[in-house]
Design a protein around this ligand. Sequence first.
Ligand code: COA
Ligand code: AMP
Length: 622
Amino acid sequence: MSYQQELNASKNNPEDFWKEKSEALEWFKSPQKVLTQDEHGIHHWFADGEMNTAYMALDYHVENGRADQAALIYDSPVTDTKKTYTYRELRDEVAQTAGMLKDLGVGKGDRVIVYMPMIPQAAVAMLACARIGAIHSVVFGGFAAPELALRIDDAKPKVILSASCGVEIKRIIEYKPLIDNAIKIAEHTPKNVVVYQRPEATSELSQEGDLDWVKVVSKAQPVQCTPVKGSDLLYILYTSGTTGKPKGVVRENGGHAVAMKYSMDAIYDMNPGEVFWSASDVGWVVGHSYIVYAPLLQGCTTVFFEGKPIMTPDAGAFWRVVSEYKVKALFTAPTAFRAIKKEDPKGESIKQYDLSSLETLFAAGERLDPPTYEWLNEQFKLPVIDHWWQTETGWAISANMRGIEKMPVKPGSSTVPVPGFDVHILDDNGQEVAANQQGNIAIKLPLPPSCLTSVWGDLNRFKASYLETFPGFYVSGDGGYIDDDGYLFVMGRTDDVINVSGHRLSTGEMEEIIATHPAVAECAVIGRSDELKGQMPLGFAILKSGVETDQADIKRALVQLMRDKIGAVACYKDTVIVERLPKTRSGKILRKTLRQLVDGEDYVIPSTIDDPAILDEIQQAL
Ligand code: COA
Ligand code: AMP
């Protein structure tokens, strides 16, 4: 089948199309209703099917000839550890950990926060929740205590699963003090905090409800998979919106499993038994989908890497892993490739390894910029595939469908819409624009399987954020255009979300934090272009009159505030102190103009600007 035929099939009869895809998985009870709409008008896929994601990802393979195949390979250059888990070993560990959760009173529908570094127990934790129908919410280990507290209050977990520390290049980050602090800040108190003690740091388990992971798991009995409905939730994953309150993207079991499996065939061209490596972190959606769930649902081997593209120990780290485990497809963020390119521009380390297993490089998380694309292409002479997606969808909206038809690559484009996603470019009035014209990227409803069906606990926010801007469409928050050949070019966010090292952050949230500093009267944060990290936040602050504190001290305090409130991952390093900010006559800060000015781009002075002279003042302050 060609891409066009597959796309047509998905559009002409979506229910038949997805019903057929769902048959590739082992359901306890096959779904009879493929697509339904609830009383709020929201679509759900496979709502009445009965299944268990952990069963499909582990037990099914153990029972069907893959028991002794490697399921997960843990490789940790930061701790000098390597360990392989077969499907049987992983299933058994998950079943026993699920038993522990059950002993702690966790059941179907209960939430469990997983705040862990990149160790295999993080995957075990996620799958153990799935096994008993509990809903996991993984919180990226780099987030500071207040971010964790926000998620604790929103998800109200019964239990937090964690580890004693994360190992970064320059330091060990102890998790338990962060958790204790988060629980202190939060209103909700989980019943238990279960800590996996790592040799690099030992947590003091002195609070009520603290438990040692190994000790409690050793007392537990393995449990079987609890059947859930296709529309029951598998997980909540928080992502940055335009305000300080992150959005809890919810993912349903049925649609997720079907989309994950389909994507491994159709996008990544991966067969069972082959080795897939997504170099990301389980704290992000890429980690959920392509470190844990999709490779296992497909019967592949997944590489679980606790390291960085550089400095662990050098720019050859990725190539060492590819050659050691015979990785067929490598997926990472462009920023990681840029870091390698910067350290090793001539690709000397690439030549040191046998990379003959590698067939394709995939990039996502931010646009794969053409210079990085060209460099990769030159070094590898392999297809380098950019594909565009979001936490909200859980999988690619546009991609080069390598398992269906290997389409020519156009640098700067994430190729074509994935079957199931009906992508349109709309102007601000919701009218379709012509080819090659930029606009808002929107997806006609219904969204395909795996996409969010709500924001946890806040259906109105889901509707307001995504469905109400253009009735009948999901608005992605990204802008871009489709060219004459139907190729999609995603050019950047149209809202206050920025992308730093492939990490999605909210400038709105950063502004809320800066505004809490007693010397600050008003502020704005924008994402400025950065050669390595894609974007870096830059703050502008107007000080309150009469403030006599040294400006350098204020700037330092703001950096520290951001590290304490969001975490070091915010990469907040610079503030420009100004007298005024450019605004419209109605008082709205012209952030887009500020960003264009900082990046040295040509810009049109908005006709609504209150006083154009402010732009010169800003230019001088930079
Ligand atoms: N826990 C705690 N802190 C973390 C962390 C984690 N899991 N991840 C990052 N940090 C910290 C870093 O230690 C650093 O702290 P510092 O300011 O004290 O040095 C800070 O957050 C910024 O980290 P990062 O943006 O990752 O920069 P870096 O200079 O340490 O590394 C790269 C640069 C390019 C190597 C790195 O950003 C990278 O590997 N990026 C790929 C990202 C990725 O895979 N994204 C997934 C989305 S698909
Ligand atoms: P996240 O939800 O963290 O995965 O971030 C999603 C956002 O990252 C998208 O809305 C885009 O702004 C950006 N993004 C992800 N992949 C790409 C890509 N291939 N091209 C352009 N932008 C991307």
